[in-house]
Write a protein that binds this ligand. Structure first.
Ligand code: HEM
Length: 382
């Protein structure tokens, strides 16, 4: 082997190894992102979101204050906050996990840059993920320094779920999980996109319900405070820019505003159920096995998620149910992202309008027969 071809061979091996490392890192980052989101929900819902009053350290240390001396020192430095070691550890555990995720995403971007231009190597998504994770870190800091301001905490939840979704998209693309040589009806592709948008709005409303602490403003179901439509206050309910310097832990909304937020999340759930549920039903009837399988996951997650939401209310928000409601929102989102990825890489099959069908069949001299078959095919290629 000549010197030159030996060098090329070694470069090829190095790139192949980098590609494999990117594969493994993207899967690890995806799993870790899911864990970070669920642990983050646990920290917040167990009222440990302000377990450390400063950022990125905890009472000025890299670990939570533990022994007597550390607790005493922390109380001296932060006289206005009550040191609670258990809450501080919960918060720091979440920060360690989130930092590890940040490192994995940086590693993905580094590998993507090193391996750029090679077949199958993505560049823009890993770079976008770095920007997103930096923004997420800043939101994490503002969550603490702006004392759990609802808009910041909700944005933190939404950005976390967006990071998770992009990680899944990157992994699906890198591993070429689905074949591009498939067809999907254009209305199914559009319906999948609409479903994703509606789910995103519903997740935002859920986050707004949780970060404003209005989960128990309607302690009954399906009515709210014994009424179908109690007194509401939309302007206050959806005021996003709020005073700085107030501690928002426990919530500050009036009864009318809190009820409005809660009701909107319930109405959003109804809409989500119809749009996503009907899409899943159509896909379950499709002849495409992959779409059918995704649809089974979507319908399963949707039913569990709605049951958990109702259980949240009726059982007065036990932490396990509240955290599971967060986890299943993430799983439902992942299943819809998978569906959207699958429908976006397939070529679209346009279903002919009735006029076009008649024209076509007239040409074939077999009007009635073919028109009937076409309609079924349209559904089947969904
Ligand atoms: C597909 C439908 C649904 C989705 C995607 C969804 C999503 C979410 C999300 C993302 C949160 C925020 C979780 C967190 O802060 O960690 C949330 C909170 C909440 N959801 Fe839902 N939800 C749905 C249906 C429902 C239903 C049907 C109900 C009840 C009737 C409900 C009741 C609640 C309550 C009470 C909270 C606040 C929990 C808390 O304070 O921790 N949800 N929802």
């Amino acid at each position: 082997m000549s010197h030159r071809s030996a060098r090329e061979y070694l470069i090829r091996i190095a790139h192949r190894n980098m590609n494999r490392t990117f594969s493994k890192t993207s899967i690890a980052a995806l799993l870790l992102a899911f864990i970070v989101i669920v642990v983050g929900a646990y920290v917040r819902l167990s009222d440990a979101g302000l377990g450390c009053p400063d950022w990125p350290g905890c009472y000025g240390q890299i670990t939570a204050p533990d022994d007597f001396h550390e607790i005493q020192k922390a109380s001296e430095v932060f006289p206005h906050s009550e040191v609670n070691s258990a809450k501080a550890w919960k918060e720091m555990f979440h920060r360690y996990l989130a930092s590890s995720l940040g490192l994995l995403i940086l590693a993905m971007a580094f590998l993507a840059i090193k391996n750029r231009g090679r077949e199958g190597q993505q560049l823009y998504l890993p770079l976008a993920l770095v920007a997103l994770v930096i923004f997420q870190g800043m939101l994490g800091m503002w969550t603490v320094t702006l004392l759990l301001k609802p808009a910041i905490v909700t944005m933190h939840l939404v950005t976390g779920l967006l990071t998770l979704s992009l990680l899944l998209w990157t992994a699906l693309k890198h591993h070429q999980v689905f074949s591009a040589k498939t067809e999907v009806a254009s209305h199914i592709r559009n319906w999948s996109r609409l479903a994703l948008v509606i789910l995103a709005v519903q997740i935002f409303l859920g986050g707004w319900t949780s970060t404003n602490y209005v989960a128990l403003y309607c302690p009954d179901f399906p009515t709210c405070q014994g009424q179908w439509w109690p007194q509401t206050d939309f302007p206050e309910a959806f005021t996003f820019i709020k005073e700085i310097g107030i501690n928002y832990e426990g919530g500050t909304l009036t009864n009318e505003a809190g009820v409005t937020v809660h009701l909107m999340h319930r109405i959003g759930a109804l809409l989500t159920f119809f749009v996503i549920g009907s899409l899943a039903l159509v896909l379950i009837r499709s002849s495409d096995k992959t779409l059918r399988n995704i649809a089974y996951f979507i319908s399963g997650f949707l039913c569990i998620q709605i049951s958990l939401g109702i259980a949240n209310v009726l059982l007065l928000l036990p932490i396990q149910i509240a955290v599971s409601h967060n986890a299943f929102a993430a799983l439902l989102l992942l299943s819809l992202v998978t569906l959207n990825y699958r429908t976006s890489i397939s070529t679209t099959k346009r279903i002919s309008s009735p006029e076009e069908k008649t024209e076509k069949t007239e040409k074939n001299g077999n009007t009635l027969n073919t028109a009937t078959t076409d309609t079924t095919a349209g559904l089947k290629t969904a």
